[in-house]
Design a protein around this ligand. Sequence first.
Ligand code: NDP
Ligand code: GDR
Length: 328
Amino acid sequence: MPTALITGITGQDGLYLADLLLAKGYDVHGVVRGQNNPKRELVRRRLPGVRLHTGDLTDLSSLMRALRDARPDEVYNLGAVSFVAYSWDNAHVTTDVTGKGVLNMLEAVRLHAGDDPGRVRFYQASSSEMFGKVQESPQHERTLLWPRSPYGVSKVFGHHMTINYRESYGMHASSGILFNHESPLRGPEFVTRKVTRAAARIALGLQHELVMGNLDARRDWGFAGDYVEAMWLMLQQPVADDYVVATGDTHSVRDLLDVAFRRVGIDDWSALVRQDPAYLRPAEVDALVGDASKAREVLGWRPRVGFEELVAMMVEADLAEQKHLAGS
Ligand code: NDP
Ligand code: GDR
């Protein structure tokens, strides 16, 4: 039975990836930070088969201990301060976790693997935010990186460090440049979930207004359940490499509002949505769309869930959750 260790197991992708690996028969381990992290209980309830290790990406020795105890064949480094807007006000923490945390994890794996650096396969969660001020469209693996936030800068550091460890030490280290991916497990601070939750609450009479930032931003939104398959496929390849993972379709935040509100029977949301400059970012990533040809050709990966289906899935989940909360 192969063994996997996941950092960020309490997050959206960690939960979907753990589901996938358990279904494939893996022995799954996760790193959870903090002495009293409430999400530890969430993982225990959802994924009773998973073994948890206390650790933090800023603490090399805790990562070494997790590796020693879990003895993984595959390490998925998903842990990060992942909310772009938060990263300006918390640039040092973001750099320590999202940037230098990758170096800690790579170094821990290198030391753990000893004389056979390729024996533990490593996945780094890189991001389309690295393209930032985009220089070509659609973006692919060789598109120039021009990050626009402390988060994006930290991801570029982790991305290049992963490539450097692969080239310097012969590690089987791959980097997935994933475009935005969403699900009912998405954190409510991100725009898709903020909108689907608000649409559900407004339809149920629990909320009267939605306050938003830049409605013209465009993203290539896919489904998290599809994207974790690409992570796994990368680590099954004989040679480690970097891959863009995206749908190839792009939509604006306005399109997102259209689809979400239509789903709850509201055709015109203009009176319900207010824009507030407080939600604008110091530097915006205006439009992203990915070219995932390499992932399609080499990994045989393709997305299954399209934009409208994704938004509908999220609105339905939020309607069910809000009804449940209102009834309890
Ligand atoms: P989430 O924000 O849902 O999860 C982030 C995870 O990182 C949580 O489990 C969190 O733990 C953990 N974490 C935070 N700080 C630390 C730390 N100091 N040490 C160890 N773990 C820590 O993110 P997603 O699941 O959406 O994303 C997973 C990864 O993929 C992230 O690296 C993200 O940057 C990247 N990514 C995400 C994309 C997306 O669209 N979702 C696209 C491209 C890249 P806790 O619960 O304790 O806070
Ligand atoms: P992003 O996701 O920054 O792309 O990073 P987010 O959903 O936060 O923003 C997407 C776009 O929507 C605009 N926007 C708003 N965003 C939020 N959160 N709240 C609002 O009210 C709002 N109004 C407009 C934003 O300005 C932006 O343009 C996500 C994260 O998961 C990263 O970790 C990951 O690396 C990238 O996706 C790919």
